[in-house]
Ligand binder design. Structure first.
Ligand SMILES: CC(C)(COP(=O)(O)OP(=O)(O)OC[C@H]1O[C@@H](n2cnc3c(N)ncnc32)[C@H](O)[C@@H]1OP(=O)(O)O)[C@@H](O)C(=O)NCCC(=O)NCCS
Length: 227
């Protein structure tokens, strides 16, 4: 298995909503990801699991999104049959759960940010519970910072519960520092939030730090997908 990052799509909404509910059980109302996908200010990325075993890629047809494998469909008739089967699978997939559907990727984490007034404000980041501590949160945050840099954001900022030391450790690793505190920010238990913000992400020093983090990440976990 390997994990890749790409922009979130409409078909990911169900899986991402499940991850959100699991990660933020007291959050109400739940995020309308359909609306977020239409929001020009919002940018969402997902990490998906890719089965890179030979057997499975042959099974999927070896192509992207379940397209037929050309070497398996030599004759025109075979090609046609493969296309029809792919179409049938797609039809069936609407009746199955998103994760079971043939050709649908299993989403294991997501991150979202709003680009406002030159700042990328992270609205949420979460990894599916059973996939935590495998570098997925880091892959998402790294990709988010890279995308924010491409979009000419000056800095990346977020709120985090004062008790959420795991998430804070992740942000600190990526150069976020505490720049403020919001008293009673969370409505469920009135917990305070730390505001954590990066330095100017386009600065040479931040980009050098990011390049080192990325290299270390690739050594430890393998290649991260590009957003
Ligand atoms: C925070 C969260 C996204 C981290 O995701 P993850 O995939 O487990 O994170 P990673 O495996 O990529 O860890 C990267 C770094 O984060 C830090 N970290 C993550 N979880 C941690 C934990 N439980 N305790 C301490 N540090 C932790 C570490 O610095 C780690 O680096 P290391 O492996 O070199 O020690 C995940 O715990 C989660 O979804 N939590 C619930 C939702 C949430 O709290 N989101 C943040 C809201 S502000």
């Amino acid at each position: 298995m390997r994990y890749m990052v790409r922009p979130m799509r409409q078909e990911d909404v169900v899986q991402v909503s499940v991850i959100e509910r699991e990660a933020f059980p007291t959050q109400w109302p739940a995020t309308s990801f359909e609306r977020e996908l239409r929001n020009k200010m919002a940018h969402y990325l997902v990490t998906y699991e890719e089965d890179d075993t030979e057997e499975s890629s042959a099974d999927r047809g070896g192509g992207a999104e379940g397209e037929p494998n050309q070497s398996q469909a030599q004759s025109g008739e075979d090609k046609l049959l493969s296309r029809v089967l792919t179409g049938v699978r797609r039809l069936l997939s609407s009746e199955q759960t998103a994760a079971q559907a043939v050709g649908t990727q299993k989403i294991v984490g997501f991150v979202g940010f709003w680009l406002m007034a030159g700042e990328a404000h992270i609205t949420a980041i979460a990894t599916k519970e059973e996939y935590r501590r495998r570098g997925i949160g880091e892959m998402l945050l790294m990709s988010c910072v890279e995308l924010a840099t491409q979009l000419n954001a000056d800095a990346v900022t977020l709120e985090v519960r004062v008790s959420n030391s795991g998430a804070q450790a992740l942000y600190e690793k990526y150069g976020f520092t505490r720049t403020g505190r919001r008293t009673g920010y969370y409505t469920d238990n009135h917990e305070d939030a730390f505001i954590m913000t990066t330095d100017r992400i386009s600065s040479a020093s931040y980009q050098t730090t990011l390049a080192i983090l990325k290299r270390n990440y690739q050594k430890r976990w393998g290649i991260a997908g590009e957003p």
